[in-house]
Design a protein around this ligand. Sequence first.
Ligand SMILES: NC(=O)C1=CN([C@@H]2O[C@H](COP(=O)(O)OP(=O)(O)OC[C@H]3O[C@@H](n4cnc5c(N)ncnc54)[C@H](O)[C@@H]3O)[C@@H](O)[C@H]2O)C=CC1
Ligand SMILES: Nc1nc(=O)c2c([nH]1)NC[C@@H]1CN(c3ccc(C(=O)N[C@@H](CCC(=O)O)C(=O)O)cc3)CN21
Length: 286
Amino acid sequence: MIIENLFKEKRPVLSFEIFPPKKEAALLSIDETLSTLAKLNPDFISVTFGAGGSGGKNKTVELAKKIKEEYEIEPLVHLTCINHSEEEIRILLKQLEAAQLKNILALRGDFNPEVPPRHDFKYAGELVAFIKKNGDFNVSGACYPETHLEAADPVSDIRNLKKKVDAGVGHLVSQLFFDNQVFYDFVEKVRIAGIDAPVEAGIMPVTNKAQIEKMVTMCGASLPPKLQKILNKYGDNKAALFDAGMAYAIDQIVELLSNGVGGIHIFTMNNPVVARRICDGIKNLI
Ligand SMILES: NC(=O)C1=CN([C@@H]2O[C@H](COP(=O)(O)OP(=O)(O)OC[C@H]3O[C@@H](n4cnc5c(N)ncnc54)[C@H](O)[C@@H]3O)[C@@H](O)[C@H]2O)C=CC1
Ligand SMILES: Nc1nc(=O)c2c([nH]1)NC[C@@H]1CN(c3ccc(C(=O)N[C@@H](CCC(=O)O)C(=O)O)cc3)CN21
């Protein structure tokens, strides 16, 4: 299945994102997570690769294989390039090819202060071109409604996005955002720039104050006053913040769907309860 084609056949598309757990024990509980996620019938599940710059032994391919073979759901395999040589990427592409994993989210990757970056790839666009040259893959990319943190300004960020898409990206997943207007304005600019690829909205459900604060700093997302108030009032009450965070995410998704968004990509953070609650809130809209 080719992810970019989904958007021609079925709208809105619904997808989840998970990360490979670092601890061996947590890798066992991933089956519980996946069986719940599978029941919610997503169009695909993406698997992060060194998310947030984390190093260590990478379990992305192993987990993607499991999703495809045991759960019969299409995986979207994240691949980051700043810490890899061309040769290493070539080996990873061979592994993906052997496992018939054909959908790749090509990323530059976050800088890890403990790992000096390699120099074969500087931008995601270079990885996109390399993947296209070295195999038969469908490539997705990331985009930034509030501008990538390192970009000089919004215009150059969108010009860089256009170069990346022209290198062979057929589908975009947005960075998380909490203010839908920011997303609509961004998509309009993307279209004016001549980028026609479908743009999925990245939704991060709020369940934990510290996690959201870390995420906002890492991702350069702004917190609208309505969400800031929720965090102030319920930040120290886990159960209350869960209810409020779920209501916020569902409200955000309902509004995006009513505006005809092409797809919703939920960063589940491996929490199946979150995904189930949200899907329950939108089950007749998708
Ligand atoms: N590990 C994972 O699973 C995930 C990681 N991310 C992270 O988001 C961050 C950005 O990644 P990408 O969007 O893939 O990076 P990118 O290479 O598309 O863009 C990164 C920065 O470089 C600039 N840029 C891009 N192409 C350029 C060019 N040709 N000339 C000059 N400047 C250029 C962009 O404007 C942006 O500021 C990374 O930190 C990435 O890892 C995002 C989602 C998931
Ligand atoms: N800049 C950036 N990097 C990303 O990796 C990323 C984004 N943006 N935006 C959307 C999602 C959010 N992602 C994330 C963000 C944080 C963790 C995280 O906190 N991971 C823990 C691992 C926890 C564990 O293994 O149990 C970590 O400590 O890195 C995971 C995925 C991946 N994506």
